[in-house]
Write a protein that binds this ligand. Structure first.
Ligand code: URA
Length: 279
């Protein structure tokens, strides 16, 4: 591939395109060939048969218009939310909802993600955990919380007798990995929200556990931090639900991996979850 590129681009152009990809969040190789290359720089595929005069593509900014082109094809946020709402309204079963989420093209994150990450665990369990967004491992596997933070979360749940895969059901507020593991934006959360709301209504859990501050604030429309929210027993209801359910929040396991001292508080949260479920 490098040989091919060398024949069409100067080293400066190759460096500029690599930097552009990095800025877009492409921080790891998931396929043997750079698929995004064709999209960002269509000239590369024509170079062999129609060489572009060097003067026209000599400067690095030649690649700069590509992101604008990508942005143009994005639907407006409002119409993406409306499209998600329509799909959520139409789904009458969990399988239909999953199909709808996989089909949904309104969230731009889908274009940089490798997989749609829907859910794992027991849909008949009394407890539904909702995290933030898939990370690198989840994006590769298409399974939520299957990386290091998920392994810690599984251990925490097992400590109160809720063993994966049957003891709980788990999903995220966002179905696609934000590039470079950045936090999902308010727009991305708003676009996925109707689908998350229907997800909760179809699972009908007895208890929702919000995992981490971003997910908690997003679902509960709260500006309070996780440190305070995790101490509260709250009620949650959305338009698809017949009745409100109890919701509790806890620290995100990736925070606990960085701040092991907080595991003590997280253990208190686990006990509170256990009490909710088993009295
Ligand atoms: N963090 C999350 O919030 N969700 C995942 O699925 C993985 C890591």
């Amino acid at each position: 591939m490098v040989t091919h590129l060398q024949s069409a681009y100067s080293p400066q152009e190759i460096f500029a395109l690599l930097k552009l990809q990095f800025d877009l969040g492409v921080d790891e190789a998931v396929t043997d060939a750079p698929e995004i290359w064709r999209e960002l720089a269509p000239v590369a595929t024509h170079a062999a048969s129609h060489p572009t005069p060097p003067v026209k593509r000599a400067s690095a900014p030649a690649a700069a218009p590509a992101p604008q082109k990508r942005a143009e094809i994005q639907p407006s946020i409002a119409s993406a939310i409306a499209a998600a709402r329509t799909l959520a309204d139409q789904a009458t079963t969990l399988a239909e909802l999953e199909e709808a989420v996989r089909r949904f093209d309104g969230c731009a994150l889908k274009r940089t993600a490798s997989n749609t990450v829907f859910a794992r665990g027991n849909p008949h369990s009394a407890v539904m955990l909702i995290g933030e967004a898939p990370g690198a491992e989840e994006d590769k596997m298409g399974i939520p919380f299957c990386g290091p933070s998920g392994q810690l979360l599984d251990k925490m749940m097992a400590s109160i007798g809720l063993n994966a895969p049957d003891g709980f059901y788990i999903t995220n507020t966002i179905f696609w990995r934000p590039p470079g593991n950045r936090q999902p934006s308010a727009e991305e959360i708003a676009i996925c929200k109707p689908l998350v709301e229907k997800h909760i209504a179809l699972i009908q859990p007895k208890l929702i556990v919000m995992v981490g501050g971003t997910a908690t604030k997003a679902l509960l429309d709260s500006s309070e931090g996780i440190t305070r929210l995790r101490l509260k027993r709250m009620a949650y209801e959305n338009a698809y639900m017949k009745a409100a359910v109890t919701v509790r929040a806890t620290f995100h396991p990736s925070y606990l991996l960085r701040q092991p001292m907080a595991k003590r508080d997280a253990w208190q949260d686990m006990l509170a979850i256990r009490r909710e479920l088993f009295g």
